[in-house]
Design a protein. Structure first.
Length: 183
């Protein structure tokens, strides 16, 4: 075995944000599965298929379930908390892309049907964080989407609306959380 083979064999494989969310959900009592798909299709240039050595060159793209979910999960029952009702649909990304994913989901008509049916939608934003000079760990910011009077909103948007209206804000919003873990 050459040095290159040894180096390749020992190189750590990158962990995707989807895998991080999958592990996070399982740690928190969910049974979860990845539902995004890789779609392969023949590559085209100027309207013609591209070939290499007589074989079509294939291109690929990812497609999320309902154009919004990378993961679908249900909460497994336990003796202390019982079971959380409905299905959880999760979009997993990095924190800098989290707002764009939320905006994308708000534009997907079936997302409103999912929430109306008593299910949940969360966007998991991942980033490496930690004190200066300390080991940086992956942390997740979970943003839950709600449907209120036919309008989809995040916890932060709902809090702002309550504060702007002058009403007393109740501690209803506990899902927009950040959790540090060694994922």
């Amino acid at each position: 075995m050459s040095d290159t083979d040894t180096e390749t064999k020992h190189r750590k494989k990158a962990v995707t944000m989807t895998k991080r969310s999958l592990d996070y959900l399982r740690k928190h009592g969910y049974v979860a599965a990845v539902v995004e798909q890789w779609i392969r299709f023949p590559k085209r240039e100027n309207g013609k298929m591209v070939f290499h050595n007589g074989q079509p060159v294939m291109d690929q793209t990812k497609r999320d379930l309902f154009n919004l979910a990378d993961i679908v999960a249900i909460h497994a029952p336990d003796q202390h908390t019982g079971i959380k009702q409905g299905t959880l649909f999760v979009q997993s990304t990095t924190i800098p892309n989290q707002a764009a994913r939320i905006d994308k989901i708000k534009g997907v008509p079936v997302a409103y049907d999912i929430l109306r049916a008593g299910n949940q939608i969360e966007v998991h934003g991942w980033a490496k964080k930690g004190a200066r000079g300390a080991r940086k760990l992956w942390q997740v910011t979970v943003t839950k989407l709600w449907l209120v009077n036919g309008v989809m909103a995040t916890d932060a948007e709902l809090r702002e609306e309550v504060e702007d209206s002058g009403e007393t804000a109740k501690n209803l919003f506990t899902s927009n959380q950040t959790e540090e873990d060694d994922f």
